[in-house]
Design a protein around this ligand. Sequence first.
Ligand SMILES: *[C@@H]1O[C@H](CO)[C@@H](O)[C@H](O)[C@H]1NC(C)=O
Ligand SMILES: *[C@@H]1O[C@H](CO)[C@@H](O)[C@H](O)[C@H]1NC(C)=O
Ligand SMILES: *[C@@H]1O[C@H](CO)[C@@H](O)[C@H](O)[C@H]1NC(C)=O
Ligand SMILES: *[C@@H]1O[C@H](CO)[C@@H](O)[C@H](O)[C@H]1NC(C)=O
Length: 187
Amino acid sequence: MNHLVLKPCFIALLLFLLAPLIPSLTGARTTLKENEPCKRMVLYYHDVLFNGTDAANATSVIIANHSAISNFEFGMMVVFDDPMTEDSRLLSPAVARAQGFYFYDKKDNYNAWFAYTLVFNSSEYKGTINIMGADPFLEKTRDLSIVGGTGDFFMTRGIVTFQTDELQGDFYFRLKMDIKLYECYKK
Ligand SMILES: *[C@@H]1O[C@H](CO)[C@@H](O)[C@H](O)[C@H]1NC(C)=O
Ligand SMILES: *[C@@H]1O[C@H](CO)[C@@H](O)[C@H](O)[C@H]1NC(C)=O
Ligand SMILES: *[C@@H]1O[C@H](CO)[C@@H](O)[C@H](O)[C@H]1NC(C)=O
Ligand SMILES: *[C@@H]1O[C@H](CO)[C@@H](O)[C@H](O)[C@H]1NC(C)=O
């Protein structure tokens, strides 16, 4: 009889002890403010596409040509190991490398899809930031997802805003990348 009476008390006690966990169990969390990242960096990405003869200078190469089913480079894939600089000059010292690929994946207009790692190995930062998403590059700005990180960017997440900064023929373009992190676990 005694333990039957105690039962509701136990449940109440359990609920009391678990209460702090309940918001995280139900997925409720503090609201993230888009204009208040915990860390922000603006870097420039330089893509120098191999033109058939400039192997020493090029940092990216077409590894699969476009297909015949569309006029928008559909199917073309480019692998890159591109320098990231703090200002827009190609010859400024690289503070990181952008290593990954993009391909064209829209049949009735231009659209690229990026997946790459920003590799930092400087006195300021060591670690990686991993980025992926669609780049409908005819738009003035495009947002891609930061899906994770390592080292100084341990478990980060955020948004990178792309803006085309320069386009020179078929063999060079530059993107301004506004990197906004909303989860920062390392100081
Ligand atoms: C490739 O680029 C290099 C360096 O910019 C240039 O000297 C060369 O003429 C170019 N080759 C072709 C085939 O466009
Ligand atoms: C891709 O195909 C076009 C013709 O559709 C050709 O002119 C071009 O040289 C090819 N590029 C490469 C890198 O194979
Ligand atoms: C980072 O730089 C150091 C010193 O230049 C080098 O020994 C190391 O291999 C580099 N690490 C990576 C992942 O590139
Ligand atoms: C390397 O490529 C860039 C972008 O196309 C060009 O401006 C520069 O002149 C090239 N440098 C050399 C040494 O070919």
